[in-house]
Design a protein around this ligand. Structure first.
Ligand code: ZN
Length: 281
C-alpha cells in the first residue's frame, strides 16, 4: 500500500516535470470539477492526467466485501462433516479424537473403540447392548437418559454412564455435549415425558445437532448449529415436509437426513431451503 502510494507520487512529479512545471499536478480527472478543469484549460495547458493502471489503483475492491451488492460467497462446508461417518439408520460415528458414536446399533468396517457414546433413547433401533459391548471400554463415557442408564445397569457393557436431562450439558475430552428435547407431537411413539434426547456436540469450534427421534418441535427454533442430523421417516419422526420445515427453523449450514425408513432423501433435498448432504452408510 505505502509502496504504491510512493510510486504514484513519483509518477505525478515526473508528469509535472515533463509538463514544464507550469501548473500544479492534477490528481485525478475525477478530483476536478468540469468547471475547474475548463478554467484551468483557459489559463494554461494542463498536464495529461497520470494514468494509473486499474489493477494497481488503490482498490476499493480490496476492502471487505460486506455490502449488500457484493456477490454472495459460498462458505466451505463445516469441517466436522469430513469426520462424520454414517453407519446406518440413526447411527453415526464422529472420528475425532475423541471418537464419538451416536445411537450405535450397527458398525461398518473397522471396529473403533469409543471415547464417547451418545444414546438418545431406549428403542432398539437406537440402543443395542450387543453393539455397545463391541465399542465401549472401561474408559468410555456413555451419555444418555435415565431410561437407558437403568437398562445399562443390567448389562455387562463397560464404561462410565452419565445421565443427562434436556437442558443439561457436560464436557468430556474438550467436547461439550448438550442434551435437548426429542419427542413426538401428534403421535405416541415418543411421548415428551419419556425423556428422549437429542444432542448438540461442540467439536473443533463447530456445532453438530443430532435430533434423535422427534417431531418438529418448538424447541428447535432455539437450536444453533452448523450441521443438523434430522430424521425424516415420517412414521416415528418427521416426514420430509416437516423435516424441511424444521431445517428452516434451525437454519444450519448443512442438514443431513437420517432415520429415513422408506422416505426419499432426494425429496427432502428438494423441499429444503438449506444445503442437504445425503450420506451413504
Ligand atoms: Zn427410531
Amino acid at each position: 500500500m505505502k509502496t504504491h502510494q510512493l510510486w504514484f507520487a513519483l509518477l505525478l512529479c515526473l508528469v509535472w516535470i515533463m509538463s514544464g512545471c507550469t501548473s500544479a499536478p492534477t490528481l485525478t480527472p475525477a478530483a476536478q470539477s468540469p468547471t475547474a478543469a475548463a478554467g484551468a484549460a483557459a489559463t494554461s495547458t494542463p498536464p495529461p492526467p497520470p494514468t494509473v493502471p486499474a489493477a494497481t489503483a488503490e482498490p476499493k475492491s480490496s476492502l471487505p466485501t460486506t455490502g449488500p451488492t457484493q456477490p454472495v460467497v459460498t462458505d466451505a462446508p463445516p469441517a466436522i462433516l469430513e469426520h462424520l461417518r454414517y453407519l446406518e439408520h440413526a447411527s453415526f460415528r464422529l472420528d475425532g479424537p475423541p471418537t464419538i458414536y451416536f445411537d450405535p446399533t450397527k458398525l461398518q468396517g473397522e471396529v473403533i473403540p469409543a471415547d464417547i457414546i451418545l444414546i438418545s433413547h431406549a428403542h432398539n433401533d437406537h440402543y443395542s447392548p450387543a453393539i455397545l459391548k463391541q465399542i465401549s471400554t472401561a474408559e468410555t463415557v456413555i451419555i444418555t437418559n435415565e431410561t437407558v442408564a437403568a437398562k445399562l445397569k443390567n448389562t455387562t457393557v463397560p464404561g462410565e454412564v452419565r445421565v443427562l436431562k434436556a437442558g443439561e450439558a457436560v464436557t468430556v475430552d474438550e467436547v461439550t455435549i448438550e442434551a435437548v428435547p426429542a419427542y413426538n407431537i401428534g403421535k405416541s411413539y415418543h411421548p415428551k415425558d419419556a425423556g428422549g434426547l437429542g444432542f448438540i456436540v461442540t467439536w473443533g469450534g463447530e456445532r453438530l445437532y443430532f435430533a434423535g427421534d422427534t417431531s418438529r418441535i418448538p424447541e428447535m427454533q432455539a437450536i444453533d448449529c452448523d450441521v443438523a442430523l434430522l430424521p425424516i421417516d415420517g412414521t416415528y419422526t418427521m416426514n420430509v415436509q416437516e423435516a424441511a420445515e424444521a431445517a428452516g427453523d434451525i437454519n444450519p449450514k448443512v442438514v443431513v437426513p437420517m432415520h429415513m425408513g422408506n422416505a426419499n432423501p432426494e425429496e427432502f433435498r428438494e423441499l429444503c431451503n438449506c444445503p442437504v448432504m445425503i450420506l451413504k452408510p
